[in-house]
Design a protein around this ligand. Structure first.
Ligand code: ATR
Length: 270
């Protein structure tokens, strides 16, 4: 039986084994998919020892995975991060399905048209880097990147290489930016502590807010988004299922249907 795993820390509550088991049942593919706890110090060793046919990589290992790959896809290079590993000879090829996962969730599940939209990306760490290229590819009008540490927003904007559309800002500039069609929380603030105060003026009645986190980690931002009057406030569960479906199809050559798995996950998380 082919064997797969997700590596990260903390990993015990990862939903990926549940998702991939459901996809495997649906497509009739026999596979095992487990969660393996690993950090910066022992990831490479644990990956090698696992003997897996493919792997997902989550926090805090996406940059580590990028660094250990023999080759990487264009979208992984633009993100500087890898969430999917495929065998290439006796080494690994890295891809990144996070951005596509977010865009598919927003456009196909939630029916949003991203073309020509003004988008605010909160955060400039690994999660933000993973989704920014796909948002640009979806044809948005502009991407404002606001980060507590302004230099990191500058570095992400430089890496994206699209100065006409990408505008890095420090957190203190948020009150001057006007309204956005889409607001994306890609900070770890709600996982590591409190969400900083965000100006209500960022929101218009048509605005959609999405948090890349889900469960307890998404509560604070989504509560703010509803209070500020967003038309929709979405968590990252749909993105999680869609990025998994894309990884699954890279490994197995079959694209699973995601709606039933999304509904099952929603029932588990709420
Ligand atoms: P991840 O892979 O989850 O993105 P990361 O690369 O460590 O993790 O990035 C965390 C992001 O959340 C960064 O944008 C970070 O801002 P800084 O670059 O200024 O550190 C942001 N973040 C974390 N805690 C925050 C807080 N309390 N307020 C605002 N931003 C925060």
């Amino acid at each position: 039986m082919r064997r797969y795993a997700v590596f990260g820390s903390p990993i015990a509550h990862s939903l990926s084994p549940f998702i991939h088991a459901a996809f495997a049942r649906q497509t009739g593919i026999a596979l095992e998919y487990v969660a393996i706890e690993a950090g910066h110090g022992d990831f490479a060793e644990k990956l090698a020892a696992s003997g897996v046919d493919g792997a997902n990589v989550t926090l805090p290992l996406k940059e580590d995975a990028f660094a250990l790959c023999r080759s990487t896809s264009a979208r992984a290079q633009r993100a500087g991060a890898v969430n999917t590993l495929l065998h290439e000879g006796d080494g690994w090829r890295g891809d990144n399905t996070d951005g596509l996962g977010l865009v598919r969730d927003l456009t196909e599940r939630h029916g949003l048209d991203l073309r020509d939209r003004r988008v605010l990306l909160l955060g400039a760490g690994g999660a933000a880097r993973g989704v920014a290229p796909a948002l640009l590819d979806a044809g948005i009008h502009s991407l404002y990147i606001a980060n507590r540490t302004a230099e990191r927003a500058d570095a992400l904007a430089d890496a994206l290489g699209d100065p006409a559309r990408v505008h890095p800002r420090g957190w203190d500039a948020l009150s001057d930016l006007g309204e956005f069609d889409l607001l994306v929380n890609a900070t770890a603030a709600t996982r590591t502590g409190a969400l900083p105060v965000l100006p209500m003026a960022l929101v218009a009645p048509r605005s959609v807010a999405v948090d890349l986190n889900y469960g307890a980690s998404a509560v604070a931002f989504l509560a703010w988004a509803r209070a500020a009057g967003c038309a929709q406030a979405l968590d990252g569960l749909g993105m999680l299922v869609e990025q998994a479906a894309e990884s699954f199809s890279l490994w197995h050559g079959v694209r699973p249907e995601t709606d039933a798995v999304y509904a099952a996950l929603r029932a588990r998380v709420e």
